[in-house]
Design a protein around this ligand. Structure first.
Ligand code: ACO
Length: 428
């Protein structure tokens, strides 16, 4: 029995609902019996006040700008950890010992190759296909190649398919890129790190050796860490909803990729860099700030604002720092970075953005770094999908292992016509 109860009074009757406490964060009113008791649904489009599940993976305090994975602050993980270690942490709940990390890295490394027949699958796409279109298709197709690990009731199958997804995603993303530029696919090299291997598969060519630049490898790895998980965001909720029907994990992750593609979600990094290019120089910023504030103009500052963060996105802080590191390592300097810094400064001192608590999010600076490393804008969201796969897989596993798991099936407020009789075509 819960200590606290929420009371609902209606038509002279009082209904009581338990208030459940998490380990931190807002309590939730458990309304699971609401419909059975009252005949009413709740109405919450966009889930602004609805917890869709219980989860022990990631915690966000949007007002304070806090993001924790299994309790560890994202800033500490970005500074001291690696993407492989964070992946292990998200999947298993604790930081690994040296041996556990070595074993995990070894397993992931040995799953990086794709079934050779998948190469022909790639060739079915148009040359100019967006990499996210290729990612949706190829990841969905994995279930046709790896059906030996799709029994979701078997924990061993779930583990193997999770490892396959995390391991193969860099190969899939790199091949999507290679196909779009007409270069030969580069096979994985098991002597490299997860991230170094991805860089080589993306930028290497068979004609000459490829040398991974350690500072770039580190920056890329950090970008992967920053995107690894973000609790019940749109794409993760999509993965959970798809998985709640018992769909296989490859199909679920393909659904997550499709959702991530949208410009209000993962597609914002591409949109943010395109916006910075359109703005160009700092003197043009005031015009765009005015446009963003104009209700009659659909223009929004891309890479700004967040459903949960009403403070600086802690990932944007790390991202901003990483821009300078990458510029130093590559000895480049993109003037768009100055434009971005100035845009942030102007927006954060503007009453519109202050009042609505709109701050830079993870996508505001990531495009500048990725562009400096050499990725075309069309690859940005594909990289996000690559990194978020670990979060999707961890959340999917958590859901499937939960004995209380049910198929996700929201209700609705129906506003269409009530029952009426069919009118034959000749009488209409
Ligand atoms: N520029 C200008 N105004 C904005 C912006 C923005 N980027 N974001 C929100 N607003 C305004 C809205 O117009 C709205 O104003 P109103 O209350 O006067 O109508 C108010 O702030 C609240 O905005 P909503 O869209 O209702 O907030 P919501 O939580 O639904 O949306 C979202 C969050 C989608 C991220 C939004 O801020 C946005 O579109 N940002 C730009 C796209 C972006 O950067 N997305 C990446 C998110 S992070 C990620 O997915 C990894």
């Amino acid at each position: 029995m819960a200590d606290k109860l929420a009371k609902l009074e209606m038509d002279g009757k009082t209904y009581e609902y338990p208030v459940l406490e998490g380990s931190t964060g807002p309590d939730v009113i458990d309304i699971r019996k609401l419909y059975a008791q009252t005949g009413l649904f709740t109405f919450d489009p966009g889930f602004t006040s609805t917890a869709s599940c219980e989860s022990a993976l990631t915690y966000i305090d949007g007002d304070e700008g806090v993001l924790l994975h299994r309790g560890y602050p994202i800033g500490q993980l970005a500074e001291h950890s690696s993407f492989m270690e964070v992946s292990y942490l998200l999947l298993n709940g604790e930081l690994p010992s040296k041996q556990q990390l070595d074993d995990f890295t070894y397993t992931i490394t040995r799953h990086t190759m794709l079934h050779e027949q998948l190469m022909t699958f790639y060739r079915g796409f148009r040359r100019d296909a967006h990499p996210m279109a290729v990612m949706c298709g190829v990841v969905g197709a994995l279930s046709a190649f790896y059906h030996d690990s799709t029994d979701i009731s078997d924990p061993e199958h779930r583990k193997i398919s999770s490892h396959r997804l995390i391991a193969k995603m860099p190969t899939i993303a790199a091949m999507a890129y290679k196909y779009s530029v007409g270069q030969p696919f580069i096979y994985p090299d098991n002597s490299l790190s997860y991230t170094g291997n991805f860089l080589r598969m993306t930028f290497g060519v068979p004609a000459e050796p490829y040398e991974v630049i350690p500072a770039v490898e580190r920056a890329m790895d950090r970008i992967f860490i920053l995107h690894a998980d973000h609790e019940q965001n749109a794409s993760t909720s999509t993965v959970r909803l798809a998985g709640s029907s018992g769909a296989n994990p490859f199909a679920c992750i393909a659904a997550g990729i499709a959702c991530l593609w949208g410009p209000a979600h993962g597609g914002a990094n591409e949109a943010a860099l395109n916006m910075l290019k359109e703005i160009g120089t700092p003197d043009r910023i005031p015009h765009y700030i005015e446009r963003a504030k104009d209700k009659n103009d659909p223009f929004r500052l891309m890479g700004f604002g967040h459903r949960v963060y009403k403070n600086y996105d802690p990932r944007a802080t790390v991202m901003q720092k990483t821009v300078r590191e990458v510029f130093d390592a590559l000895k480049v300097n993109d003037p768009l970075f100055e434009t971005a810094l100035r845009l942030e400064e102007i927006a954060l001192s503007d009453p519109y953005f202050i009042e609505k608590k709109l701050f830079p999010n993870v996508d505001f600076y990531s495009g500048i770094i990725l562009s400096a490393i050499g990725f075309p804008t069309t690859m940005f969201t594909a990289l996000f999908a690559l990194a978020r796969t670990v979060g999707w897989v961890a959340q999917w596993n958590e859901m499937i292992s939960d004995p209380a798991q049910k198929i996700g099936r929201p209700r609705q407020l129906y506003t269409g016509p009530t029952q009426r009789d069919y009118v034959p075509l000749s009488q209409r």
